[in-house]
Design a protein around this ligand. Structure first.
Ligand code: ADE
Length: 417
């Protein structure tokens, strides 16, 4: 197997951790069992650019069980679990990912999976699609379709489709309810606080926590931070989301006002410069800043550096910036996704649904009779319902069914008061 990982001797530890995650991913396990029998992906070449975690490993193994020829590279230079990468190589999956790899290596690893001439791409942040469109144009006619895991990627892909430059079809797995209503909210909420806690060991109770962005990720974070006793402030640009945050009982204000109050700042917007010079200038001494959005652009590091006289690493993933006026600001994980850099990303139980959606979407793509036009597609509703049904079943939760009379009533419009 072709590969580039940190240390092959970590494989044994990776394997038991992959098993542990697998035990919390019953929906994906059921799909893997069926795939092993039916081989719906026989011979299909799939190139995946995802966070290399134990949960992703279980997705790779499910696709492999279905007969796919999968290869994997990282979707972020800091999120790779080196033991997982080593274990995947032992499972026969070409894996190219090293935690802390520099930008050149990151892109070299993307080239490695694309060199395998995939028919299907799987992205978390649209980097495979982007490299294909910018540097590997000749290869795109052989790509049947791709999938996209995250909000940031879907936004870019929809923009590419709107500009008429998207050259192959993509399924927006992120947008299906069993993905974003759960993974983006409960996953981001818990794993981000986990990452910040592991990095800093702060007590959340009593802290003023400022959350930049009240999308699904922001909502999850705000509710979990409140649950730990923090006083939560939300910043937003969208009036509807801002209003929702107010109604949920959070304080809402512009970032320039929140910047003076916050002890901990967490960005989760998908946009750049959420924290910038004007905010760093007024922050309290000792403020902690972290990002959990996809790219490391939400905290303007150049602006922070411009105000800084000295930096030093004070704990793993915590760098102290000593500012000219003597205040200190602590930047976590160099502004990259703190939940994956300083912790392990979302828990397996929630990735179970996201990756079940991914696996069933790849199967759906493999079964298409003819080519789909280049566009961004939704996950078929049947897949979403099937994932929810299986998840409930594995949780031992039964639900009601509509009676025939109820079905008839819902299909009628004549009956009123
Ligand atoms: N994205 C967020 N958490 C993740 C995880 N645990 N594995 C893969 N991708 C993720």
């Amino acid at each position: 197997v072709d590969f580039d990982v940190k240390d092959q001797s970590l494989a044994a530890r990776g394997k038991v951790r992959i098993e542990w995650a697998g035990a919390h991913m019953p929906v994906l396990a059921a799909i893997r069992d069926r795939f092993a029998k039916e081989k719906p992906l026989d011979g299909l070449r799939v190139a995946a650019c995802l966070h290399v975690t134990t949960e992703t490993a279980n997705l790779m193994l499910a696709l492999q069980a279905g007969g796919a020829d999968v290869s994997l590279c990282a979707s972020n230079p800091l999120s790779t679990q080196d033991d997982t990468a080593a274990a995947l190589v032992e499972y026969g999956i070409p894996t190219f990912a090293i935690k802390g790899e520099d930008n050149d290596t990151y892109y070299k690893h993307i080239d490695c999976v694309l060199d395998r001439d995939p028919a299907i791409t799987m992205d978390d942040g649209a980097d495979l699609v982007s490299v294909l469109h910018k540097q590997r144009v000749e290869q795109m006619s052989r790509i049947v379709a791709g999938t996209e895991e995250t909000t940031t990627g879907v936004i870019r892909l929809r923009q590419m489709a709107a500009d008429n430059v998207l050259k192959f079809p993509i399924v927006a797995v992120n947008d299906t309810p069993t993905k974003h209503l759960f993974d983006n909210r409960y996953g981001t909420g818990q794993s981000t606080l986990d990452g910040i806690t592991r990095a800093t060991n702060i007590l959340w109770a009593g802290q003023h926590v400022v959350i930049g962005g009240y999308g699904y990720g922001g909502r999850g974070l705000a509710s979990r931070a409140r649950g730990l006793g923090a006083q939560v402030i939300v910043t937003e640009v969208d009036p509807v989301k801002a209003l929702e945050a107010v109604m949920e009982g959070f304080r809402v204000m512009p970032m320039i006002d929140a910047a003076r109050i916050g002890d901990v700042f967490i960005t989760v917007t998908g946009d750049k410069d959420i924290l910038r010079r004007e905010h760093f200038e007024v922050m309290k001494d000792g403020a902690i800043v972290a990002n959990t959005g996809h790219f490391d652009v939400e905290i303007n590091k150049d602006d922070l550096r411009a105000l800084t006289t000295e930096t030093r690493e004070v704990r793993d993933h915590v760098v102290e910036y000593l500012l000219e006026d003597g205040r200190k600001v602590y930047l976590l994980a160099d502004g990259r996704l703190v939940n994956l850099a300083a912790a392990e990303g979302h828990p397996a139980a929630v990735m179970d649904m996201s990756f079940a959606d991914q696996a069933l979407t790849v199967e759906w793509l493999a079964k298409q009779a003819g080519p789909l036009k280049p566009a961004v597609y939704d996950v078929p509703e049947d897949i979403d319902r099937e994932v929810a049904r299986l998840k409930l079943q594995t949780m031992g939760v039964a639900i009601d069914e509509l009676t025939p009379e109820q079905v008839r009533y819902l299909g009628s419009w004549q009956e009123g008061t």
